[in-house]
Ligand binder design. Structure first.
Ligand code: CTP
Ligand code: MG
Ligand code: K
Length: 180
């Protein structure tokens, strides 16, 4: 029961977890804000690029269909039922995760934080809020069957923990400049 809840929540969020990490690997190239400033600060900064956003979104979207293909055998192995993704739900989770992260950079720049500065709380949940919101907007019929209240609660607790662990890992592997 608890395994079903936690495994299902983690599984349902995979298309939202992967985009940020894929963007770190793919980042570089032209920044989305084109170098523009607002109030003396960059609108978004050099850390939000077109390439990172596109690759991140595609990676999350593609992963959703890989998950759909193996949901049954993986679920059977664990002895749980894992959710599958609709087309729009998958797209909403992946793009929404990127947009949430971009929105957070916008807020960071407005509050005077330079690129790479930490914003505890926001850093760990920006992409979750973006992913859930866009998935709900694009395919609410699917969204409400997967993200029930208990699942959503587990997601909100589990995600910050996973985010901290993966980012510290990426930092020590030399993939990321800061451990957050
Ligand atoms: N990245 C990207 N495009 C995105 C998100 C991330 O290219 N939409 C890449 C960038 O190379 C970025 C790295 O992934 O530097 C790490 O992402 P993140 O920590 O979100 O960016 P920061 O550089 O820390 O910048 P910010 O302060 O704006 O979050
Ligand atoms: Mg960062
Ligand atoms: K971030």
């Amino acid at each position: 029961m608890l395994l079903e809840l936690v495994a299902g929540a983690f599984w349902a969020m995979l298309p939202a977890y992967v985009p940020n990490n894929a963007a770190v690997l793919a980042g570089g190239g032209a920044p989305i804000d084109g170098g523009r400033t607002w109030g003396g600060r960059r609108v978004l900064g050099d850390g939000k690029t077109w390439r990172g956003t596109a690759v991140g979104t595609l990676a999350g979207f593609a992963l959703a269909f890989a998950c759909n293909a193996v949901a049954e055998p993986v679920g059977a192995t664990l002895g749980v039922t894992l959710p599958t993704f609709s087309l729009l739900g998958a797209f909403g989770l992946a793009l929404g995760a990127m947009l949430g992260d971009i929105g957070a950079s916008f807020l960071k720049r407005r509050s005077g934080r330079e690129r790479g500065a930490a914003f505890p709380g926001l850093d760990q949940l920006d992409f979750v809020v973006g992913a859930l919101a866009l998935a709900a907007v694009l395919d609410f019929a699917w969204f409400r069957t997967v993200f029930t209240l208990p699942v959503a609660a587990v997601v909100l607790v589990l995600t910050p923990v996973l985010h901290v662990v993966t980012n510290v890992g990426a930092y020590y592997l030399g993939l990321k400049n800061e451990p957050y």
